[in-house]
Write a protein of this length. Sequence first.
Lengths: 405, 405
Amino acid sequence: MKKLKTENYKGVRDFYPRDVFFQECIFETWKKTVKSFGFEEYNASLLENSEIYKAKTSEEIINNQTYSFIDRGDREVTLRPEMTPTLARMIAAKKRELSFPLRLYSIPNCFRYERPQRGRMREFWQLNVDILNVKNDKFYDIEIIKLINKILLNFKATSSDFTIKINSRTLLNSVYENYYEFNENEALTFQRLLDKKDKITQVEFSKEYEKITDKEYKDISDIDDKKVKKELSYINEIIEVCKNTGITNIEFDQNIVRGFDYYTGIVFEVFDNDPENNRALFGGGRYSNLIDLFESVKDDVNISGIGFGIGDVPMMNFLESRNLLPEFVNTTDILLGVISDNQKVIDYADMVATELRDQGKNVSINYDNKKVGDIMKITEKNGIKNVVIIGEKECEEKVYEIKEI
Amino acid sequence: MKKLKTENYKGVRDFYPRDVFFQECIFETWKKTVKSFGFEEYNASLLENSEIYKAKTSEEIINNQTYSFIDRGDREVTLRPEMTPTLARMIAAKKRELSFPLRLYSIPNCFRYERPQRGRMREFWQLNVDILNVKNDKFYDIEIIKLINKILLNFKATSSDFTIKINSRTLLNSVYENYYEFNENEALTFQRLLDKKDKITQVEFSKEYEKITDKEYKDISDIDDKKVKKELSYINEIIEVCKNTGITNIEFDQNIVRGFDYYTGIVFEVFDNDPENNRALFGGGRYSNLIDLFESVKDDVNISGIGFGIGDVPMMNFLESRNLLPEFVNTTDILLGVISDNQKVIDYADMVATELRDQGKNVSINYDNKKVGDIMKITEKNGIKNVVIIGEKECEEKVYEIKEI
């Protein structure tokens, strides 16, 4: 019979214990930080009815990147490319029972059919953090910025390692309406052009720009319009409050757009300041109409959300480039090597292991009757810190010794 | 625009914080126990090339239950219905670098297109525990039984709650060859019939049985054959050692077969002793040829594996029926209610929250200027144990009080 290949599916990863260790380092700091801000964990299946992405997820993702298929019962199903539509669905389903502000987080795996490259995999894990609130957007907008800052500091990054760039869809919309005088469709086309500005040449940008409008491209702060100025002052107020609490690496950036169509309020991106990797690590924003896309009880309560998603791969790259990951340590504390085939010795070894486990130690037993030197080598190779050898002598005298490697 | 439905995809679950809490209770006890036996965590993508299931996963799963589709690059891909083939692939890929015995665990989600019913969902999580060894099968067979027992005891179940039933594919094969004189195909058909014995009537069973063989159905212990007796004594030895270490609820059961085709050695199932739910909770077995299905370095080392998988849903049902789940507690320790709109008061509240977080407390802030009574209600409703109220007075006097609910 022809043997099977050991390669995994293209663009996804196998996690051996060392890989799990490093991914867990990231997950643990994520969880610890968001829990300290009172966020509670939620989760859902990665299988979703396809329709929930069609309304407000980005055009590019829907057309080119989803994993969608028809199931055995003729349902159109999609492996989630992002978590926010699932969250919105869940909130809408229990709107009456939940109390707001509601702080939720999850670390789902998401799927996008993209060309695998640095920072991008077809399956990735993503910390999703959202506050759902019914009033006082400003305080929750500020909290999200503070939380982002705290996450990165808890990884021992410093404020010189990253910059938080902030903009606002409300601001952009007022520019589209009051300066460019776009209709809704033109505004969307323009926004999608802005979103890919960094990925295309100046010439390409100008060409596309001229197709949409004859107006001169203007710096937003130079636009003399009351609504525009009001929205700009909102962003400046947020920046001001953040600076007062010690977050100095935050700035307004009118080129931040974010890809998802559902954002309505502030949008932001966190940039890596490393000149060799000067790109957005992650971002997010406020969405006010997403939950209303779903059926729910009729009432006057409008739930608005603000959130962000951090991928595990860009996070890992960021930490690696700054040596902020710890050394691998095995979750097993002690390797216990039995250097005998005698059943009595084995029984004694089992007894010692049980005793050590009862003391809270994680103990792995090697029953293969190896030489002491081999047991030592295996212990060290696997990042285990302690070893116990049990042979005839130890069994007879009912003793054992824990040796540190 | 027509609103979207809030129902999730059929047969999968949404996990709100309370659901995550109970699932985490199960995952934590699983992890704590297997780690104490020196098992290390691995993981992999749920997307696998379809071919890896075609060889040795059960016929029923492959034909009727897999989620398989063709991706945008024309690859045939399957959402894993079980984890063992992935594990075998990963072991084969790094055979040279890994040291054996290797103890691995994972809690993957798996997918099967089945009719949703009690204990069965289309997506379920499953603790997978495996020992990969190159010699001394017996010691590792025993360890796996001990581990199963320990997991259930760590949930505070007692030995009267469950029974471990053990059989052996080697034993069954010797019966097929030496008593029934089956060829390979007949043996497989017979085994699949045995596997569904409990799900069909006696009449149906007899009818199918007579199609395969004319031999009288005989109790295995009555078969007078050297090989059969030898295999039976192996099982009895394992049972004996287990009983000596205090595991009294273990017995030989010749009707235990297990559905997967890849088992070659002992197979076992853990039965719920509850008369209202007297069924197999989970099971596993030894597989000696699975890793060899994959391409790998040529050498004389044959890796054999033994493992089991426990689903989260049957585990939850088992614990619920015995009241072994704890009361829900929110991961947030303190709800801090700001009962003012004054920026100074808000700044003070933020300062208090930061101070409490620095002390390791998880603090959620309500900025919605609610009444004290409402803050109390929200705290209680959400299973949060403590509350802090910050108003003008607290801000002025720079004091605060943590009140237990």
